[in-house]
Structures are given as structure tokens and as C-alpha cells.
Design a binder for this molecule. Structure first.
Ligand code: AHM
Ligand code: MG
Length: 324
């Protein structure tokens, strides 16, 4: 059996689609993969070392910072800057982006949610790291506003899922490919080439505890699934895990806006845009609460939130039909 590591895969994709590439992107991905291996190692030992629980701080999102959140954030920032491939980065855990000094800057911008699913850290439920990569031409970015790009401009996006196995799922705009970390060799090996989402699925996913706070259209849309015996409910509460199940099995995920989170809860730049990039590459769809394609949305600021609906074409259409 031929075993392909993620870095070999990235090399071969570059050779095929961007033969002029200088290697900076591969170097960025190499350090990203290394960051995830380091985070994965700590996640796996979470109960054995003093890394469970909160730090006592509250982040920019107003949420309690977990020790693992902070650790993952530090690892990502350190490794990404060290890669020499980025000119700026933004983290869901940090208020402001970091700009790399010109002398050591590369041509890429990376945004990440270092550890998504924080509420699941202490209970050994799947969590993950989400990343989103943009390219700049030299001298193109000057300040924070120049970082506010539409998701459709991403050159790559993906996530690492720290579950029963650790996986990496990524796309550079040429399909979606998934790798599983083989701990015995310490490499992510290609396990799911050219992933596509089924056109229809039997699971739907939402925090139904928010039902009373939704507007009438979202209630009506969700009732289609609540009242149809062909659908089963699944909700992990870690976006990466809910996304991964939806990608593999098909179906629907929805986190609508509600009267508490008027713009939705999930973050456009750090969560929705990269996952929308992947789901479209896999043949699915992703919209906000007004039926706007997530990838067409221009973020007003780096921590902007959005309603987020994605999944198989059939279930997304059913949900959207309730709005007509
Ligand atoms: P986080 O990035 O701080 O972990 O928050 C995002 C998480 C997502 O993983 C998940 O989809 C959502 O928040 C769950 O929200 P809720 O607990 O309101 O259902
Ligand atoms: Mg998150």
C-alpha cells in the first residue's frame, strides 16, 4: 500500500497546480502540521498533566480562557511567525492581529481558531484547530482593514480534529483531502482523498436549546427536521466535530442568529469562512441567515460573527425553503 504524507501531498498538489510556487506555502503548511502535532500531543495527555481547566482570564469573545486554549494559541503564534511564510496572523483568541516585521515577512496571512470547542476540553470530547490562509502581493497590506478579505479569496483552509484519532482536512481549492495522524510514524497519512459530501444526509445539527430565541423563519425551518422521522439529531458543540460528521455523512448544520446573539455566535473569519471553503470544495453549500453565500461576505472586523448554515444541497435547500 502506498502511504502519502500530508507534506508529500501538498508538494504534489503544488507541482500540479502551481508549478511556479517558491516553496513558501509548503513551509507554512509544514509548520502548521508541526503545531497541530504538538497541540494533539498535549490534548492526548490532558488529564495527566496540569493543563485542564481555566486560566482565570476572559478572552476577546468574553469567554473563559482554558489552559489548553492558551497553550494552543501560543504554539500556533510561535510556529507561524517562525515559518517565515506569513506577513500577518489573526487568532480568535487575540484581540488584534500580529504583523510580522518586513525583513522576516512572507506572502501569506493566516487566521486560526487555535482550539475550537473549548467547552468540550475538560470532558474529553473532540475539539480542533481551524485555519484559513490568504495570499498577498508584496506591499499590499498596510493595516488591519486590509486583512478583511472575503472568504472566496482564501488560497487554502482546513482543520485538525483531535478526536479518537487526530485528523487533518484541507483544501487548496482543488478538492478536499483528509489525513489521519499515525502515531507510530508521527505523520499525517492520506486516508480520505477527494472527499465529497453526499447530496443528502439523515442528520441535522443545531443547539435546539436556543429554539425559543430564534426568529420564526428559523423555527419553521428547524421544525421541518424536528418533525420528519427520517432525520436524527446530532450536536457535539464543537464546530469542527459537527462539521466533520456533516462532511462525511451529509445532512445539515445550523447555528442561526438569536435574540441574544443578534449576528449569530460563530466567527466569520476564524470559523465560518474556512469551513464554507471546504464544504463548497466538497460539493456542499454554506449560507448566512439572509441566504448570502458565506464566501461572499466581507467581514466588518476580524471578530465579526455570522449565522451559519451548511451541509448537503438537499437539506440546505429544505431549510432555505422555509424562508420563502
Ligand atoms: P469556541 O471557539 O470558543 O470553542 O466556540 C465555538 C463553539 C463551536 O465549536 C460550537 O459550534 C459552538 O461554539 C457551540 O456553541 P453552543 O455552546 O452555544 O451550542
Ligand atoms: Mg471556535
Amino acid at each position: 500500500m502506498s502511504e502519502i504524507s500530508v507534506i508529500e501531498h501538498i508538494h504534489s498538489m503544488q507541482h500540479r497546480w502551481s508549478p511556479q510556487a517558491t516553496g513558501q506555502f509548503t513551509s507554512l503548511m509544514h509548520d502548521l502540521v508541526l503545531s497541530a502535532k504538538i497541540i494533539s500531543r498535549s490534548v492526548a495527555k490532558a488529564g495527566l498533566v496540569d493543563i485542564l481547566g481555566g486560566t482565570g482570564d476572559v478572552n476577546i469573545q468574553g469567554e473563559a480562557v482554558q489552559k489548553l486554549d492558551e497553550f494552543a494559541n501560543d504554539v500556533m503564534i510561535y510556529r507561524m511567525i517562525k515559518s517565515g511564510a506569513i506577513c500577518a496572523l489573526g487568532s480568535e483568541e487575540a484581540e488584534d492581529p500580529i504583523f510580522v516585521p518586513k525583513e522576516t515577512a512572507g506572502n501569506y496571512i493566516i487566521f486560526f481558531d487555535p482550539l475550537d470547542g473549548s467547552s468540550n476540553i475538560d470532558v474529553n470530547v473532540s475539539i480542533g484547530t481551524i485555519f484559513s490562509i490568504y495570499r498577498v502581493t508584496e506591499g499590499e497590506y498596510f493595516n488591519q482593514d486590509d486583512l478583511l478579505r472575503r472568504g472566496s479569496e482564501q488560497v487554502a483552509a482546513g482543520y485538525f480534529l483531535y478526536g479518537p484519532s487526530t485528523m487533518m482536512v484541507y483544501s487548496t481549492g482543488h478538492g478536499v483531502h483528509a489525513f489521519t495522524l499515525d502515531p507510530s510514524v508521527g505523520e499525517f497519512l492520506l486516508s480520505h482523498p477527494d472527499l465529497t459530501i453526499p447530496d443528502a444526509g439523515k442528520y441535522y445539527s443545531a443547539n435546539l436549546g436556543n429554539y425559543s430565541k430564534w426568529n420564526d423563519n428559523d423555527k419553521k425551518a428547524m421544525d421541518i427536521f424536528n418533525n420528519d422521522d427520517n432525520y436524527s439529531l446530532r450536536y457535539v458543540g464543537s464546530l469542527v466535530a459537527d462539521f466533520h460528521r456533516t462532511l462525511i455523512y451529509g445532512g445539515l448544520f445550523a447555528y442561526p442568529a438569536d435574540n441574544k446573539n443578534k449576528d449569530g455566535k460563530l466567527r466569520l473569519v476564524y470559523e465560518a469562512a474556512p469551513l464554507a471553503f471546504l464544504i463548497e470544495q466538497a460539493g456542499g453549500q454554506a449560507f448566512d441567515g439572509d441566504g448570502m453565500r458565506i464566501l461572499d461576505k466581507a467581514p466588518k472586523h476580524l471578530h465579526a460573527r455570522t449565522a451559519f448554515l451548511f451541509g448537503s444541497k438537499a437539506e440546505v435547500a429544505k431549510y432555505r425553503a422555509a424562508f420563502k
